[in-house]
Design a protein around this ligand. Structure first.
Ligand SMILES: C[S@@+](CC[C@H](N)C(=O)[O-])C[C@H]1O[C@@H](n2cnc3c(N)ncnc32)[C@H](O)[C@@H]1O
Length: 264
C-alpha cells in the first residue's frame, strides 16, 4: 500500500472492501471526535482515498454541513463517488489544495501524511483552507519503537533481509512522533487542542498474510530470495501467533497518533 496514489480502479475497490474494514475505518470516528466536528460544519477530508473519513464526517456534520474529499488518485475518487454520489469528490494535491482560503471549518487527514513529499507543506495548506478558529486534525501511526507488534515484525524482516528492509517498511511509521507533529502544526500557525495515542487493531486472515501484505507493498518483494521470503513468513507466524483468534484471524495491535490544532 506504500504508493496508494498509483492504484488502479480494481485495487481501489479492494482497498475499500478489505483494508478500510480491516484497518483504516476504525480511526475515522476517533479523528472526528478529536477534531470536535459539529453538525452544520464544512469539513475537508485530505487524501480521502475511498472516503471513509468523509462518509463518517457526513454522519456528524449532517445535511446542513458540507463534506468534500480530495485525493490525487482518480481510482480512489471513482470508488468514493460510486459509494456516496451526494458528497463532493475533487482530484487534487494535498500540498497544493484546490480550494480558497478559509473555505472550511475543519480539515482532516487520515493515514496519508507519511506519503506526502513535504508533510509540512500539506499541513500549511490545511491551515490555509480553514477559517480563523477552524481546526486541522491529523491521524498517523506511532513510530516503530512504540508499535507492540509491527516493531518486532520489522526487526524480524530486517534480520533476514538486511537493514534496507527497515527503510522500505518504514513509510507508515515515519510521521507519528508527537514532537514532530507538534512542530509541523505550530510551524503552520496552529495551536494545539489535543493529541491522543490510540491503540487499535489491524485484522488479517492469517499471520502469513501480514508478512505477505507488508512485503508485497514494497520493492522488497522483488529483492529477496524465495527462501528468505519463506523464512520471514515462518518467523512471522511464530511472532504473531499470539494474536490469532479461534477463527484463525490475526488481530495485530497497531498504535495511532491523532492531533488536533486550532487556527489563530
Ligand atoms: C492509505 S490511503 C488513506 C486514505 C484515507 N484517508 C483512508 O483513511 O482510508 C492514502 C491516500 O493518500 C493519497 N495521497 C497520497 N499522496 C497524496 C497527495 N500528495 N495529495 C493527495 N492525496 C494523496 C493516496 O492516493 C491515497 O488515497
Amino acid at each position: 500500500m506504500t504508493e496508494t496514489f498509483q492504484l488502479t480502479r480494481e485495487q481501489a475497490r479492494a482497498y475499500d472492501e478489505l483494508f478500510v474494514p480491516a484497518l483504516f475505518g476504525q480511526w475515522a470516528p476517533k479523528l472526528l471526535d478529536c477534531a470536535r466536528v459539529r453538525p452544520g460544519q464544512s469539513v475537508l477530508d485530505v487524501a480521502c482515498g475511498t472516503g471513509v473519513v468523509a462518509r463518517t464526517a457526513r454522519d456528524v456534520a449532517g445535511p446542513g454541513g458540507r463534506v468534500v474529499g480530495v485525493d490525487l488518485n482518480p481510482s480512489m475518487l471513482e470508488v468514493a463517488r460510486e459509494a456516496r454520489p451526494d458528497l463532493e469528490w475533487v482530484q487534487g494535491d494535498a500540498e497544493d489544495l484546490p480550494f480558497a482560503d478559509a473555505e472550511f471549518d475543519v480539515a482532516l487527514c487520515q493515514s496519508a501524511l507519511f506519503f506526502f513529499a513535504d508533510p509540512g507543506r500539506a499541513v500549511t495548506e490545511m491551515a490555509r483552507v480553514v477559517v480563523p478558529g477552524g481546526v486541522v486534525a491529523l491521524q498517523t501511526y506511532a513510530p516503530l519503537a512504540e508499535q507492540p507488534a509491527y516493531g518486532p515484525f520489522v526487526d524480524l524482516v530486517a534480520g533476514h533481509a538486511g537493514p534496507e528492509a527497515r527503510i522500505l517498511l518504514g513509510t507508515y511509521w515515519s510521521q507519528g512522533d508527537v514532537d514532530g507533529l507538534l512542530a509541523l502544526t505550530s510551524a503552520s500557525g496552529l495551536s494545539l487542542l489535543e493529541w491522543r495515542s490510540s491503540l487499535g487493531v489491524a485484522v488479517f486472515p492469517s499471520a502469513a498474510a501480514v508478512a505477505h501484505t507488508e512485503i508485497q507493498a514494497t520493492p522488497l518483494a522483488e529483492r529477496i530470495l524465495p527462501e528468505t521470503y519463506a523464512l520471514i513468513t515462518a518467523d512471522t507466524e511464530e511472532l504473531l501467533g499470539e494474536y490469532a483468534d479461534e477463527s484463525g484471524l490475526v488481530r495485530v495491535p497497531i498504535r495511532a497518533t491523532l492531533i488536533a490544532a486550532r487556527k489563530g
